[in-house]
Ligand binder design. Structure first.
Ligand code: NAD
Length: 489
């Protein structure tokens, strides 16, 4: 039996003991996970420095702090999330108990990506634990050091049978994918997303795919361009552009292109100094394969700012490309690096057309003072999420679902959405073995009179306010019981 098979089998066996579903145990595991994040900050930071040149503060700000927030929320809300959820009744279910019961799915496979290894791997795990599942955790092999730390530390803090870590690359992941899971939660690129979905189809396993894409950023010519560019600079060059929701390219009218470039350049100096290479807050490209992929994208575009690079150090300076055409290399796929193309466009209508001609992105950014412009972009385009007048921060709002649409992914998570995503929302209807008269309308012989009653009960849509409704329903139930009992049969 392979290592991967063994991990899945053990996780399933542990799940079947029922211990993952006990609320107190879920909370204990979550608290232990939080303890890991706090107590082992040093090891986490050192690995992140080696993988992506993140600073010690940077890893907390961009990854572990959000995880602590998510854990706190899950601990605080778990009882409420896991409780039966009463739902609306109709005239026919008035006397019944009707509710939704969230239940664990079983064993979840979590496959993480390398760019924010802790955030994208541990955040789904928080939801998996909260919703009472077992979970096999597969960190990305590309962030070598972070994966190793995760493999070493998780078993020291949380139940290692319920939540085993399996490390490895493509062969190991594919071996995992041959096993049967109850849900697969994948973060990464679209190509592998298709492989995941194909493997999942064999067992009819549901999937969440957190993918990427080219997230557009529209700048309205009447907005505060200086402020907009400062926020865009931060959103684009954080983690050296290796952020799934980084603004991929700018759409703006030609009349403001020069100003936009100047302002982004000014902000680059402000945030990353005159020499970003020596700035502790400026990252590195994850490896040389990605370095070469990104540099090749600059070939047919004009570099307005930056462009300096050093392959041996995986360094690419914050770079702005000007007068970029839709056909240029940099516009063909997600950049996932520190290149910011500016694509001049006729105006709002053209920007909407440009966005709608392409795959649905993970995020859409709009910078405008005008609420009508913001609303029009929201109404006439589609994307996983929308953020107006800022970048990235919608990721940290636990009350918003985070996920893609179309090519940018399926399913969503964060806060209660992760809990629901990894739960089966079981519909429960509990009737009593009386009031048989009310069932006559569905039993044969099927007469027009009975159909008339069925239409009345199912189609009545009276809105009398809740007090009036209550009084009306009580009277109706009493009358219906008598009528049905005596005359309908
Ligand atoms: P990656 O190379 O780390 O791959 C992700 C995972 O897929 C890894 O665990 C890897 O082992 C596995 N994998 C790779 N090839 C495989 C194969 N052939 N068969 C089975 N498994 C395989 O990460 P990546 O794909 O380079 O990540 C970057 C992409 O992820 C970008 O497109 C980015 O936008 C996206 N992303 C999305 C989110 C989100 O929340 N939506 C977050 C982070 C990254």
């Amino acid at each position: 039996m392979s290592r991967e098979q063994l991990a899945v089998e053990r996780a399933r066996k542990a799940f079947l003991t029922g211990r993952s579903t006990v609320l107190e145990n879920r909370i204990r595991q979550l608290k232990n996970l939080k303890r890991l994040l706090v107590e082992r900050q040093q090891e986490i930071a050192e690995a992140s420095k080696k993988d992506l040149n993140r600073s010690e503060v940077g890893i907390q700000l961009y990854e572990t702090l959000t995880l602590e927030v998510e854990i706190n929320l899950a601990i605080k809300k778990l009882k409420e999330w896991a409780a039966p959820r009463p739902v609306a009744k109709n005239l026919l279910t008035m006397a019944d108990t009707v509710y939704i019961k969230p239940q664990p799915l079983g064993v979840v496979l979590i496959i993480g990506a390398w760019n924010y290894p802790w955030a994208v791997t541990i955040q789904p795990l928080i939801g998996a634990i909260a919703s009472g599942n077992a979970a096999v955790v597969k960190p990305s092999e590309v962030c070598v050091h972070s994966a190793k730390v995760m493999e070493e530390l998780l078993p020291l803090y949380i139940d290692k049978e319920l939540y085993p870590v399996v490390t490895g690359g493509v062969p190991e992941t594919q071996e995992l994918l041959r096993q049967r899971f109850d849900h697969i939660f994948y973060t990464g690129n679209c190509t592998v997303g298709r492989i995941i979905m194909e493997a999942a189809a064999k067992h009819l396993t549901p999937v969440t795919l957190e993918l990427g894409g080219k997230s557009p950023c529209y700048i309205d010519k009447n907005c505060d361009i200086s402020m907009a560019c400062r926020r865009i600079t931060w959103g684009k060059y954080s983690n050296c552009g290796q952020t799934c929701i980084a603004p991929d390219y700018i759409l703006c009218e030609p009349s403001i292109q020069d100003r936009v470039i100047q302002e982004v350049q000014k902000s680059i100096k402000e945030l990353y100094t005159e020499n970003p290479k020596g700035c502790p807050d400026y990252g590195r490209i994850i490896n040389q394969r990605h370095f070469r992929r990104i540099m090749a994208m600059t070939e047919d575009s004009a570099i307005a700012v930056g462009g300096e690079n050093d392959e041996s150090d995986c360094y690419i300076a914050p770079t702005i490309l000007r007068d970029v055409k839709a056909e240029s290399k940099v516009m063909q796929e997600e950049i996932f690096g520190p290149l910011l193309p500016v694509v001049p466009i006729g105006g709002l209508g053209d920007a909407i057309h440009f966005i709608n001609q392409r795959e649905k992105p993970l995020a859409l950014y709009i910078f405008s003072h005008d609420n009508k412009v913001i609303q029009r972009l929201i109404d006439e385009t589609s994307s996983g999420g929308v953020l107006a007048n800022d970048c990235l921060v919608h990721f940290s709002v636990s009350s918003l679902p985070f996920g893609g649409v179309g090519n940018s992914g399926m399913g969503c998570y964060h806060g209660k959405f992760t809990f629901d995503q990894l739960s089966h929302l079981r519909g429960c209807l509990i009737k009593k073995l009386n009031m048989e008269g009310s069932n006559s309308m569905r039993y044969p012989p099927h007469t027009h009179k009975r159909l008339g009653w069925a239409r009345f009960f199912l189609l009545s849509d009276l809105d009398l306010g809740w007090l009036g409704r209550l009084a009306f329903i009580a009277a109706l139930v009493a009358v219906a019981a008598v009528v049905l009992q005596n005359y309908m049969a």
